[in-house]
Design a protein around this ligand. Structure first.
Ligand SMILES: Cc1cc2nc3c(=O)[nH]c(=O)nc-3n(C[C@H](O)[C@H](O)[C@H](O)COP(=O)(O)OP(=O)(O)OC[C@H]3O[C@@H](n4cnc5c(N)ncnc54)[C@H](O)[C@@H]3O)c2cc1C
Length: 403
C-alpha cells in the first residue's frame, strides 16, 4: 500500500525550482523593490530577467518555449517572489496563472502555437474582465462584441487591469448579442484598443493597473478562446486557478513580513532583553506563524487538487478557502510586523510598511472575501438558494466569478 505524501513535501524538482526562484528573488527583486514601489514602475529589464529565468512560461510545455513545469511550480514561484516583492509576484501570477493557464486549458492548437511562444519569449499577458459596473458581479459586464464579417467588433471599457501597461496580449471578456459572454484574445496593437494611465494606488504600486478602452476593436474569429457564448466557463475556471496564484502571493507576503518581525524581535533589546523574550511579542508571532502554516497547507492542497480533479466543485471551493485564509494571514501578519518593528515599522526604510500596504488588496482582487464566502456557502448550503442571487455559472458549483 502506498502511503500518501504530505501536501507540503515537495518533490526534488519542485524543491530545486523553489530554490532557483528564491535565489533570483533575493538577488534581483528584493534590492529594487522599494525603488520600484516609490517610482510605481515595472522596469523592462526585470521582465527580461524573469523571462530568462523561465518565469514567463512556468507551466507552458517546452515545445512552446516554456519551462515545462506544472501548476504547483507557478504557485511556488509566486510565493517565493512575494517574499521579496508582492508586486513582482502578482505580475508573474497574472501572466502565468490567468493568461497562459487559460490558453493551455481552452486554446486550440493554432491558438497555442500563435500565442504561447510570444508569451514565453518576452510578451506579457493581462486578463481583462472587470468594468466600472461589473466588479463582484463580474459576469454582468457590458462590453459588446458584435459579429462583423468573419470576426467581431468590440466596444467597451475594462477597469483595474493588472499588467495593462506592459501587456502585449489581453484575454478579454465581452458579450456577443444573442450568444452571451465570450472570451477573446486581443493583440495590444489592434486598432481601437488603448490603455489608460496607471491608476495610482495604495500597494503593489510597481505593477500597472489601468483602464483598457475598446473603440471598435476588430478581432478575427480565431481570436475567440473557447466557444462563442461560453466565456463564463473560461472566466470562472481561469479565476479558480488565479485565486491560487493570489493566495500564493499573500502567503509569500505573510512569510516575508513574519521573517522581518522575527529577525527584529531577536535583535531589538528593550528592558535589558531582546523583545522576542517577552510573551507579549512571542505569542502574536506564534499566532501569525500558525495562520500562515494553515493558509499555506490549504493552498498547496488546493493546488494539488486543481491539478488532479475536474474544474469547479471541490477544487473551486478549496481555492476560495485558500485565498480567504491567505488574505487574512497576510493582512494580520503585515500589520503585526509594523507593530513589532515599532517606529521602524512605520518608517519607509523599515520595509514592512510596504508589505502592509501591499497586503490590503488581497481581500479585494480575484474576488473579495465576501465572494469567496459565497462560493464556500454555496457548498455548505447546497439546495438553499441565496436570496436575490442571479443564476449560477454553468459548472454548477454555485460559485460567483466575482473578480
Ligand atoms: C489592484 C487591483 C488589480 C486588479 N486587477 C484586475 C485584473 O487584472 N483584471 C480584472 O478583470 N480585474 C482586476 N481587478 C478588479 C477586482 O477584481 C475588483 O476590484 C473586485 O472584484 C471587486 O470589485 P469592485 O471593486 O467593483 O467592488 P464591488 O463589487 O463594488 O464590491 C464592494 C464591496 O461590496 C461587497 N459586495 C458586493 N456584492 C456583494 C454581495 N452580493 N454580497 C456581499 N457583499 C458584496 C464586496 O465584498 C466589497 O466589500 C483589480 C482590482 C485591483 C484593486
Amino acid at each position: 500500500m502506498t502511503v500518501p505524501r504530505p501536501v507540503t513535501w515537495l518533490t526534488d524538482e519542485e524543491r530545486a525550482w523553489r530554490e532557483q526562484v528564491a535565489a533570483l528573488a533575493e538577488k534581483s527583486v528584493a534590492p529594487r523593490a522599494a525603488a520600484m514601489d516609490r517610482a510605481a514602475e515595472f522596469p523592462a529589464d526585470l521582465v527580461t530577467e524573469l523571462r530568462n529565468a523561465g518565469l514567463m512560461g512556468i507551466h507552458v510545455p517546452e515545445r512552446y518555449g516554456g519551462r515545462g513545469g506544472h501548476l504547483f511550480d507557478v504557485v511556488v514561484a509566486v510565493e517565493e517572489l512575494a517574499k521579496a516583492d508582492p508586486a513582482v509576484a502578482v505580475f508573474v501570477d497574472v501572466h502565468n496563472a490567468l493568461v497562459t493557464q487559460a490558453l493551455l486549458t481552452h486554446g486550440t492548437g493554432d491558438q497555442k502555437r500563435a500565442h504561447l511562444p510570444a508569451l514565453t519569449g518576452g510578451g506579457v499577458g493581462a486578463f481583462a474582465l472587470s468594468e466600472d459596473g461589473a466588479g463582484s458581479d463580474a459576469l454582468a459586464l457590458t462590453t459588446t462584441a458584435h459579429p462583423d464579417g468573419d470576426g467581431f467588433l468590440l466596444h467597451g471599457r475594462k477597469r483595474w487591469i493588472t499588467n495593462a501597461a506592459e501587456a502585449h496580449l489581453f484575454l478579454l471578456l465581452a458579450r456577443v448579442p444573442e450568444h452571451g459572454l465570450t472570451a477573446f484574445l486581443v493583440d495590444r496593437r489592434a486598432d481601437g484598443l488603448s490603455v489608460g494611465e496607471r491608476t495610482p494606488k495604495m500597494g503593489i504600486r510597481a505593477t500597472s493597473t489601468c483602464e483598457v478602452r475598446l473603440d471598435g476593436v476588430r478581432v478575427p474569429r480565431r481570436g475567440v478562446l473557447g466557444a462563442v457564448g461560453r466565456g463564463d466557463v473560461v472566466a470562472v475556471q481561469t479565476l479558480d486557478i488565479g485565486k491560487l496564484g493570489i493566495a500564493a502571493q499573500l502567503v509569500g507576503l505573510a512569510q516575508g513580513a513574519l521573517a522581518a518581525a522575527v529577525s527584529h524581535a531577536r535583535r531589538r533589546v528593550q528592558f535589558g532583553h531582546p523583545i522576542g523574550a517577552y510573551q507579549g511579542v512571542r505569542f502574536p508571532l506564534a499566532r501569525a506563524g500558525a495562520e500562515i502554516e494553515a493558509a499555506r497547507t490549504q493552498l498547496y492542497n488546493a493546488t494539488r487538487l486543481a491539478e488532479h480533479a475536474a474544474p469547479g466543485g471541490e477544487p473551486a471551493r478549496a481555492a476560495a478557502v485558500a485565498k480567504y485564509l491567505a488574505s487574512e494571514a497576510a493582512e494580520r501578519t503585515a500589520s503585526l510586523a509594523v507593530e513589532i518593528l515599532g517606529g521602524q515599522g512605520f518608517a519607509e526604510a523599515g520595509g514592512v510598511e510596504k508589505l502592509y500596504r501591499d497586503a490590503k488588496v488581497g481581500k479585494i482582487y480575484e474576488g473579495t472575501s465576501n465572494m469567496q464566502f459565497r462560493t464556500v456557502a454555496a457548498h455548505l448550503l447546497r439546495g438553499v438558494a441565496e436570496v436575490g442571487r442571479a443564476p449560477g455559472p454553468p459548472d454548477g458549483t454555485g460559485a460567483a466569478a466575482g473578480e
